[in-house]
Design a protein around this ligand. Structure first.
Ligand code: NAD
Ligand code: TYD
Length: 340
């Protein structure tokens, strides 16, 4: 199978490319990535070294650039496109929503149009539980039938993309599948997101900034389980379907932060409650029974073991962590947390 993977230099894309190379020897991957602040070519340096030019190819391009995308599709002629490329951080979307609309909404439409014109037979669009909005403590988990009620510019842009995918399916018979997943954690996650940020701060013995009362709840899924789910959707999912994936691990932020402090052997006095994120969603939870029934999906990692393994990975890859804390990263982080 020939796969065009967009956003392959980001967190989940990197893990998905590694998953494909390791588990599907007949699969060839073209990674199309704009290399924004969140994209790191070094993530796949070993894959490039071993498989570059045979099973792995890279093109620096923007999914919103129709000419570039058309020419790449013509050259590579993929059997499927998996669209991970996105602006993905809620706090950045609060700071500046514009690139979220350009990449997440316009970019997805441009990519789908090019795929349609080229007759690509499969398109998997990677989305998020955040499109459903926020749950109260006693509400049932999101199903694929929940209305889209996004609250942040990030989730609104993802919902906009999902609706455009739906419109392409309904209007043009476009062969797309949407997957929606809860909060991922694991290797190669950029340290602006909760878990790697807190690991990094704990090691520095800096303040661990917890928004609001720390009681917001996320469902955590190990990135390998997400990659497995996407692979099942890609290879066996029904055209036009939407599949939820979850990790079966609802945890409050404060519990996650305390678990990280315990694993790193650092004191809870490092926890610093800061001003809440505006529009902060209270709780996400996923009902993934459709994916269980139709795809045979089930998450394999427990949160506690997955978190311990993730910490080990960051311990063994401290250089990676230092490397990605570039000028652009530091600039956003000091501005964002300076205002809190
Ligand atoms: P990420 O921010 O780590 O990586 C995004 C990647 O996309 C980067 O490599 C970046 O360079 C690339 N990119 C950005 N704009 C681009 C453009 N215009 N053209 C081409 N490439 C571009 O994100 P992630 O956490 O790996 O998330 C990947 C996808 O999964 C996103 O669509 C996100 O919405 C979705 N998702 C993420 C989570 C999560 O917990 N991280 C959960 C559910 C869904
Ligand atoms: P994040 O990793 O940004 O993912 P998302 O907002 O997409 O769920 O944040 C996860 C949770 O952690 C969210 O409730 C916000 C909270 N959070 C903090 O309390 N402090 C922080 O510094 C960050 C980045 C997040």
């Amino acid at each position: 199978m020939r796969l065009l993977i967009t956003g392959g230099c980001g967190f989940i894309g990197t893990n998905f490319i590694r998953y494909q190379i390791a588990n599907h020897p007949q699969t060839t991957v073209l990674n199309l990535d704009k290399l924004t602040y969140a994209g790191n070519l070094l993530n796949l340096a070993d894959i490039e070294k071993e498989h570059g030019g045979t099973r792995y190819f890279f093109e620096k391009a923007d999914i919103a650039d129709a000419t570039a995308v058309q020419s790449i599709l013509k050259k590579f002629s993929p059997d499927a496109i998996i669209n991970f490329a996105a602006e993905s951080h809620v706090d950045r979307s609060i700071s500046d929503p514009a690139p979220f609309v350009t990449t997440n909404v316009l970019g997805t439409q441009v990519l789908m149009q090019a795929a349609r014109d080229a007759g690509i037979p499969r398109f998997v669009h990677i989305s998020t539980d955040e499109v459903y909005g926020s749950l109260k403590a006693d509400e049932p988990a999101f199903t694929e039938q929940n209305p889209l009620l996004p609250n942040s510019p990030y989730s609104a842009s993802k919902a906009g993309a999902d609706l455009m995918v739906r419109a392409f399916v309904e209007t043009f018979g476009f062969p797309a599948i949407i997957t929606r997943c809860s909060n991922n954690y694991g290797p190669y996650q950029f340290p602006e997101k909760l878990i790697p940020l807190m690991i990094s701060k704990a090691w520095e013995e800096g303040n661990l900034p917890v928004y609001g009362d720390g009681l917001n709840i996320r469902d955590w899924i190990h990135v390998e389980d997400h990659c497995h789910g996407i692979d099942l959707a890609l290879r066996t999912g029904k055209e036009g379907a939407i599949y939820n994936f979850g990790g079966n691990a609802e945890r409050s932020n404060i519990d996650v932060v305390k678990a990280i402090l315990k694993l790193t052997g650092k004191p809870e006095s490092l926890i610093t409650y800061v001003k809440d994120r505006p529009g902060h969603d209270k709780r996400y939870a996923m009902d993934y029974s459709l994916a269980q029934r139709e795809l045979g999906y089930t998450p394999a990692h427990s949160f506690e073991q997955g978190l311990a393994d993730t910490l080990k990975w960051y311990e063994n890859n401290k250089e990676w962590l230092d490397n990605v804390k570039s000028g652009a990263y530091m600039e956003f982080m000091s501005r964002w947390y300076g205002e809190r």
